[in-house]
Design a protein around this ligand. Structure first.
Ligand code: AHR
Length: 499
């Protein structure tokens, strides 16, 4: 029998928050230098911002961009990156064994964010630093003027405060690799003190406490519980990070990565709600899923081993395949499905470093395979997320056991009446799907767009062949009596649009 999917506007999850379509710019590898910023590049503007990357960022539909790290932030001094370029110090970046020139800093990032039309999301250093430096940074960015640091910002050319609304209290502080790594109690107390003081300067900001850097961390869940016992009343989000590694070649499991992300979200929500109940808090926290992606992690160590201290080396510049694009599309479906508890999500990272956008120094910029499901989801997932419960075949995976072949979510725009259905077929067989749309009478199908990996799963987009993996339009289905049928190609991500 065909797989079945019923879509009904009564099954509301929550509005799809635009902040789910976030990205991440870290001072890592060539994300900043040679990525978003390259003075002297043919497309660079007078400030050194690459216009080709700005154009692709806008096309990607990114809403919010986290900066400046990542692991980088945990030994970063933000004031190194402001003021006259010639006065900025060269420093050792311990996170990535790199020389940081500080040519690009806070003010350059804010200019870039405004050009890109994205909301900035800043992280403060809670590795080597603490409350004072976080307050200084907030005074520089958000205070209107009349104090030393707000006037310093004005002297640097930014008359108006940047008004940064979203702040991460450190990064991955549960990880032993983190500079200034802490126990959950040590971090929880520092994060609570920092949060309380930051909200004294600007009560309108939203704060993110560090959750676990992965569901597989030995401290996972206990970390969240302890950190939130210290911070619950002072923060708005708990973070989650996850990367799925295709290195072992187990494609069937890789394609089911969203099963793991789904369970991770459910567990973080359960832990946050447990602490909320224990502390008698009515307010529910949301998750800031501020790092997620596919990452061939086995390549990181060799990247770091092969050199000494250098400027902006190529680090983890993964070439993404058609299969990786299907996985990324499915991770976005999962984030949307939890729209009631996911308030922010940032794909890591934006340019070159495990990124949808690739560049060559002095050369072109191009779209990786994973660019496409992101851009189409950001463009068409507008309105209210609707709960879907598809039936269909299952298949066996080594990592997650028996998993459903289909994963779906629907987003309904009540204002325009448009409906977008996102569907992944994880299996290696084509799956015929019957849609029941009787709950939304009068719709007609507008398009069926797919990124399919079935025939060429390892295809990648390269500088020489940048369009090898792109979305294709399939035959538009007919809606008859509120019902339609489509064929979801083997190993594919699909967007069905109805108007
Ligand atoms: O995105 C790459 C790195 O992955 C980030 O710096 C860190 O937070 C995570 O471990």
């Amino acid at each position: 029998p065909n797989a079945q999917l019923t879509i009904d506007p009564a099954f509301r999850v929550a509005p799809a928050d635009r902040r789910i379509f976030g990205s991440f710019v870290e001072h890592m590898g060539r994300c900043v230098y040679g990525g978003v910023y390259e003075p002297g590049h043919p497309s660079a503007d007078r400030r050194g911002l690459r216009r080709d990357v700005l154009d692709l960022t806008r096309e990607l539909g990114v809403s919010v961009v986290r900066y400046p790290g990542g692991n980088f932030v945990s030994s970063y001094r933000w004031e190194d990156g402001v003021g006259p370029a010639g006065d900025r110090p060269r420093r050792l970046d311990l996170a990535w064994k790199t020389i940081e020139t500080n040519e690009f800093g806070l003010d350059e990032f804010m200019t870039w964010a405004s050009e890109a039309g994205v909301e900035p999301m800043m992280a403060v250093n809670l590795g080597t630093r603490g409350v004072t430096e976080a307050l200084d940074l907030l005074e520089y960015t958000n205070h209107p003027g009349g104090t030393q640091l707000s006037d310093l910002r004005r002297k640097h050319g930014a008359e108006q405060p940047y008004g940064v609304r979203l702040w991460c209290l450190g990064n991955e502080m549960d990880g032993p690799w983190q500079v200034g790594h802490k126990t959950a109690d040590e971090y929880g107390r520092l994060a609570a003190e920092t949060a309380r003081a930051m909200k004294m300067i600007d009560p309108s900001i939203s704060l993110v406490a560090c959750g676990s850097s992965g569901r597989g961390m030995p401290t996972f869940a206990a970390w969240e519980a302890t950190v939130l016992e210290h911070t619950y009343e002072h923060v708005d989000y708990i973070s989650a990070h996850t990367y799925y590694d295709p290195s072992d070649g187990d494609r069937a499991s890789l394609l089911a990565s969203a099963v793991d992300m789904d369970a991770f979200i459910t567990e973080v929500v359960a832990t946050a709600d447990y602490v909320g109940a224990k502390l008698r808090q009515k307010r529910k926290l949301k998750i800031s899923f501020d790092e997620w992606n596919v990452w061939y992690q086995s390549r990181l160590q060799s990247d770091l081993d092969r050199r000494g201290w250098v400027e902006a080396p190529a680090l983890i510049e993964d070439d993404y395949t058609a299969v990786d694009a299907v996985v990324v599309g499915d991770l976005l479906i999962t984030l949307l499905r939890h729209a009631d508890r996911i308030g922010v999500a940032c794909q890591a990272q934006l340019a070159n470093v495990i990124a949808p956008i690739r560049t060559r120094n002095g050369g072109p910029a191009w779209r990786q395979s994973i660019f496409h499901p992101f851009a189409l989801t950001a463009r068409y997932a507008r309105g209210t997320v609707l709960r879907t419960e598809p039936t269909g075949p299952t298949y066996e995976t080594r990592r997650y056991g028996d998993v459903p072949a289909l994963d779906t979510v629907a987003v309904h725009d009540e204002e325009t009446g448009e409906l977008a259905v996102f569907a992944v077929n994880r299996s290696s067989q084509d799956v015929p799907l019957d849609l029941d749309l009787r709950g939304l009478p009068g719709l007609r199908a507008e398009a069926h767009t797919t990124v399919a990996a079935g025939t060429d799963p390892d295809a990648t987009n390269t500088e020489a062949d940048p369009e090898r993996v792109t979305p294709r339009d399939l035959t538009t289905p007919t809606v008859d009596g509120g019902r339609a049928s489509v064929l979801l190609p083997a190993t594919s991500w699909n967007l069905l649009r109805f108007v």
